[in-house]
Design a protein around this ligand. Structure first.
Ligand SMILES: Nc1ncnc2c1ncn2[C@@H]1O[C@H](COP(=O)(O)OP(=O)(O)OP(=O)(O)O)[C@@H](O)[C@H]1O
Ligand SMILES: Nc1nc(=O)c2ncn([C@H]3C[C@H](O)[C@@H](CO)O3)c2[nH]1
Length: 212
């Protein structure tokens, strides 16, 4: 492969993206890019009233990710440094298509494309797929206060939206390899062999490209 390895870990809320991205980055000796959650001023308000706060929240995520990925592209990827990220910019559309309506959704879509169409695309997506019960257990275990009353229907819908989004990306971004991890079966935190199996799949994908 000629492309600099750029790996995005994805999956619905609580799937284990940050955990797996951090573990893979250590194993592969790559810098890791993490979403900043605690300083997001709209997230708590959003979970209390989705209709009222969705546009501000989606725009906030989009602007932050755009800036972070733009910087990463110029400072690392274009300099030949492989990167692993705990999100793919496409998640903005996955969420916003659910949380926004009418004119706001249409305007957001346009802004999304203007900002992101020329960003570097990940060479690999590691997609952690998990059931509602697994996600709820992990959200509970992590214990962020604003996520504790997570609406089951919202989360179930996101699981289905992620499935559809990965199928769609497989067609629209054929250069990107999608590695699917069974997040219910694989406890890569507790089981080193299960983590090694995932890491081997990623290593096979980036084989031949010099790491740092
Ligand atoms: N495979 C796993 N087995 C058991 N626990 C896990 C696993 N992966 C992650 N966890 C735990 O589940 C919780 C959520 O993980 P993490 O924060 O990595 O998820 P995330 O997908 O990044 O979440 P978010 O969508 O909110 O950004 C954490 O407490 C983490 O320690
Ligand atoms: N509405 C909405 N749009 C997004 O783009 C988005 N990205 C993440 N999240 C939520 C999930 C976790 O609670 C928390 C941390 O990932 O933030 C989002 N929510």
């Amino acid at each position: 492969m000629n492309q600099v390895p750029y790996i995005a870990v994805e999956g619905p809320i609580g799937a284990g993206k940050t955990t797996l991205a951090t573990m893979l980055a250590a194993e592969l000796n790559m810098p890791v890019l993490k979403e900043i959650v605690e300083e997001n001023p709209f997230l708590g308000k959003f979970y209390q009233n989705i209709d009222e706060w969705s546009f501000q929240l989606e725009m906030f995520f989009l602007c932050n990710r755009y800036k972070q990925l733009g910087d990463t592209e110029s400072q690392l990827i274009r300099q030949g440094t492989p990167v692993i990220s705990d999100y793919h910019i496409y998640k903005n559309l996955i969420f916003s298509e659910r949380t926004l309506k009418g004119r706001e959704r249409e305007k957001y879509r346009q802004i999304y494309h203007v900002l992101t169409d020329d960003l570097a695309k990940p060479s690999t997506i590691v997609y952690i797929k998990a059931s509602l019960e697994t996600l709820l257990a992990r959200i509970d275990k992590r214990g962020r206060s604003f996520e504790q009353d997570m609406d089951r229907a919202y989360l179930q819908q996101l699981i289905e939206d992620y499935e559809a989004a990965m199928a769609s990306l497989a067609v629209t971004e054929p250069e990107t390899t999608i590695i699917t991890v069974d997040g219910d079966a694989a406890d890569f935190v507790a089981n080193p062999e299960q983590f090694a199996e995932i890491a081997d799949r990623v290593k096979a994908r980036i084989a031949g490209h010099p790491l740092r």
